[in-house]
Design a binder for this molecule. Structure first.
Ligand SMILES: [Zn+2]
Ligand SMILES: [Zn+2]
Length: 393
């Protein structure tokens, strides 16, 4: 029987051998960015790759056409450990969140485990879960609701960043839409006969900015006007804006929503319009830390001499649908460096780094640490028990 240490060495060798192929997949995704729930090519390429490496693939998992599950079945009963892969991109700026790197490292970890464990008896099951639509679609929330994570005892993933950090918080998020209804009229000859829905939406932004000073410093309120009117000579009768309200605290999120509704109502009253506020029923939850699992991941990075960076004190926090997974099962969402310090995610600069040699190094290291952490959890019931106990606390 091989020891965990021998298996780890084997998995790392398998990943070194797979590195060129994984980098090619990562670059292919990068060159073909697909938006949330439209990741047909990515899902096809990744599942094809996993099938070739001997994993059993199910497509369209949870009723989502671009979701998948690829399984490495063990030879004896044991825990099920999931490694998550994201692969959607952003409008206009492509893979500026580096999800091509998440896909390559997550699928790479699964493939290396399949290759290394092919002839070795081991208990339990490894799953690579392909989770579409992280950017705005909350794909993981829909997968959770559809039962796609049923039976999974721990879930692992990495996210690329301008630094390697084992733990960073994420903010919960409520998505909200405000629509103003006014009255159209000729903007020059009969303006007093109209009600200006553009002024209403501008007033909403002004109201929110006035409120901002009284918000907690870790809260975020930001939006865009998605419809601002049709022609300068028509008083706009309809405008719409979309906002994200964010906070690390679920209760405070509700308070933000209450204040947002007040601002929207005020803007409507001031301009003689009416307003409809629609709240997205899916709330993305803050990440729940699991320091027991994180410690395993950190040890495995150390095993391959991949450095962990101090927390940078400059940047704020984003949100992720992985937050909901972390509230349901013990989960880690560490960050891996693929760009120099200070390069923001969702920038064109970060998109360039997501296909750089640094991205390859980060991707391979992340795949190794993910695979080795999964091995730790399969091999040691004690480690999994610790993670579950921490989760339950
Ligand atoms: Zn993103
Ligand atoms: Zn992302």
């Amino acid at each position: 029987m091989a020891t965990t240490d021998e298996l780890k060495t084997k998995v790392c060798r398998a990943l070194d051998a797979l590195a060129d192929e994984l980098e090619a997949i990562s670059h292919r995704l990068h060159a073909n960015p697909e938006l949330c729930y439209e990741e047909q090519k990515a899902a096809a390429w990744l599942t094809e790759f996993l099938e070739q490496k001997g994993l059993k693939v199910e497509r369209g998992v949870g009723g989502l056409p671009t979701a998948f599950r690829a399984t490495v079945p063990g030879s004896a009963p044991g825990p099920t450990i999931a490694i998550m892969a994201e692969y959607d991109a952003l409008p206009k700026i492509g893979h500026a969140c580096g999800h091509n790197v998440i896909a390559a490292s997550g699928c790479g970890a699964g493939a290396a485990l399949a290759v290394a464990l092919k002839t070795i008896p081991f208990p339990g099951t490894i799953q690579v879960i392909g989770t579409p639509a992280e950017e705005g679609g909350a794909g993981k929330v829909r997968l959770l609701e559809a039962g796609a994570f049923k039976g999974v005892e721990a879930a692992l993933m990495i996210h690329p960043r301008c630094g390697t950090q084992i733990w960073r918080p994420s903010l919960g998020i409520i998505k909200v839409k405000a629509e103003f209804h006014g009255k159209a009229a000729h903007a020059s000859s009969w303006p007093w006969r109209g009600a200006n829905a553009l002024n209403a939406v501008i007033q909403l932004f002004v109201g929110l900015d006035a409120m901002r000073q009284q918000l907690r410093p870790d809260a975020r309120v930001h939006g865009v006007i998605t419809h601002g009117g049709d022609k300068p000579n028509i008083i706009p009768e309809y405008t719409a804006a979309a906002f994200y309200l964010r906070s690390p605290n679920k209760e405070y999120l509700k308070e933000l929503l209450r204040r947002f509704e007040g601002c929207a109502q005020g803007a409507a009253t001031a301009t003689g319009c009416s307003v409809t506020v629609t709240v997205d029923p899916t709330m993305e939850e803050p990440l729940k830390p699991n320091f027991s699992l994180a410690a395993l991941f950190e040890k495995n990075l150390a095993r391959i001499d991949f450095p962990v960076d101090p927390e940078d004190t400059e940047a704020g926090y984003g949100s992720t649908d992985c937050g909901n997974v972390s509230q349901a099962i013990p989960t880690i969402h560490p960050y891996i460096r693929i760009a120099p310090n200070g390069v923001p995610g969702h920038s064109r600069e970060f998109a360039e780094w997501a296909k750089s040699p640094l991205a390859r190094t980060g991707m391979v290291a992340a795949a190794k640490a993910l695979a080795m952490t999964a091995l730790d959890l399969l091999a040691s019931p004690e480690e999994l028990r610790k993670a579950k106990e921490e989760f339950a606390r």
